[in-house]
Unconditional design. Structure first.
Length: 238
């Protein structure tokens, strides 16, 4: 019987260069990148994106609502999120990354490193990418690493960071529209939490609830509840 030979997985050329540039012991086949987003200081959230073999693995992406930090504090938010992520990885015994990328300079990097130290896993390679000059920092380096602007390694890091940023903003937007929908619906007298939840899942935004025809609303929540919504709309409560 013939032995099946596995096809080698396609690997992004930037990975090999990244391994060299950062002096890593192994190829960073799994990279996890974190980004904080607190637009106008409103409900801080964070995102983590994962690249495998240098390509996005979207089913591995994660969102975090920052729980312990009041107001916009990037360092504390980063500390909390990195701690929560890897505490869970340890508990569930899932795969660890070969490299962690933090969107931010020395402050965010040190906060993330503190979280890893607390979990006693600070041998995991970690770098910070400062926004303005695309500078890459390692925890032990006083000065940033020089990586050519044209290199595949830097392009890969930029792609990771842009993806983490896009994902954080998308989550932020969804959360804000959900919150405004919830507060809008609470002002409708006689509308219970279950009905609010149904409308929330179906319409995703307050604007869409307002624009919905009575027939559509009736199909979803029935005649009596539709009447309540239409009355609130008439009075300007919704």
């Amino acid at each position: 019987s013939r032995i099946k030979t596995e096809k080698p997985e396609k690997i992004n050329p930037g990975l090999i260069e990244l391994k060299e540039a950062l002096g890593l012991k192994e190829l960073p086949k799994r990279i996890e990148c974190f980004d904080n987003s607190n637009i106008q200081g409103y409900s801080p959230v964070a995102s983590m994106v994962c690249f495998i073999n240098g390509y996005p693995a979207k089913n591995q992406y994660r969102h975090f609502n920052v729980k312990t930090v009041v107001g916009p504090d990037d360092f504390e938010s980063m500390r909390e999120v990195v701690y929560r992520r890897y505490k869970r990885v340890l508990e569930e015994e899932t795969e660890f990354p070969n490299l962690i990328v933090i969107d931010g300079g020395k402050g965010q990097l040190n906060a993330a490193r503190d979280a890893l130290k607390k979990l006693e896993i600070d041998e995991t390679p970690i770098i910070g990418v400062a926004k303005k000059l695309e500078e890459i920092y390692r925890p032990e380096d006083p000065l940033p690493l020089l990586v050519s602007k044209k290199s595949p390694a830097l392009k890969l890091i930029q792609r990771l960071r842009n993806e983490a940023h896009r994902f954080a903003i998308e989550h932020h937007r969804n959360r804000r529209s959900k919150e405004s929908l919830k507060t809008g619906l609470t002002s409708v007298k006689g509308l219970g939490e279950k009905t609010q939840e149904v409308l929330l899942q179906k319409f995703k935004s307050l604007k869409k609830v307002k624009e919905a025809s009575p027939q559509v609303l009736e199909e979803i929540v029935g005649k009596a509840k539709t009447r309540l919504i239409l009355e609130a709309k008439k009075k300007g409560d919704l």
